[in-house]
Design a protein around this ligand. Structure first.
Ligand code: DQA
Length: 144
């Protein structure tokens, strides 16, 4: 099984960015955590991060025929991007959406997610463990 993990804008700033919200661990720590989870499950994974909406759309398109699952934290694009939603619908790969923080307890504008209109599993407020849960969800679905 192959999983693509996609992280949106400013997630490369983890560790520096609003540590009271996102914690002190860095983006490198997150990548190592996700790679470790995937290795444990015998899943091949590739982790991608971009600050650019169009690049994320292209990365999703490139998953077509190549990946069996997508874990995505679209970050701020969660709340704005019809293009990312449409790309996920276009490739039609099982997708789990992750947010490190509990978005439902933050500003009103973070309460709506375009990506949730497609994602079959949404995990919020669990920090890095949310990625683990997302990978587990996709692996269980794939093995059913
Ligand atoms: C986030 C939540 C978003 O609202 C925010 O724009 C982010 C990160 C999270 O992981 O909690 O950049 O997706």
């Amino acid at each position: 099984m192959k999983i693509k993990v996609i992280n949106g804008p400013n997630l490369n700033m983890l560790g520096i960015r609003e540590p009271d919200v996102y914690g002190k661990l860095t983006y490198k720590d997150l990548v190592e955590f996700v790679e470790g989870v995937c290795a444990e499950k015998g899943v091949q994974c590739s982790v991608y991060q971009s600050n650019h909406e169009g690049d994320i759309v292209t990365e999703i398109q490139n998953c077509y025929g190549e990946y069996d699952g997508v874990v995505i934290n679209p970050a701020a694009y969660t709340h704005t991007s019809v293009a990312i939603l449409d790309a996920l619908k276009a490739v039609s790969i099982p997708t789990a959406e992750v947010h490190l923080s509990e978005v439902s307890e933050r500003e009103q504008f973070r309460h709506f997610s375009y990506v949730s209109l497609y994602a079959e599993k949404v995990i919020t407020g669990k920090g890095f463990d949310g990625y683990k849960e997302a990978v587990e969800y996709l692996v269980n679905k794939y093995n059913k």
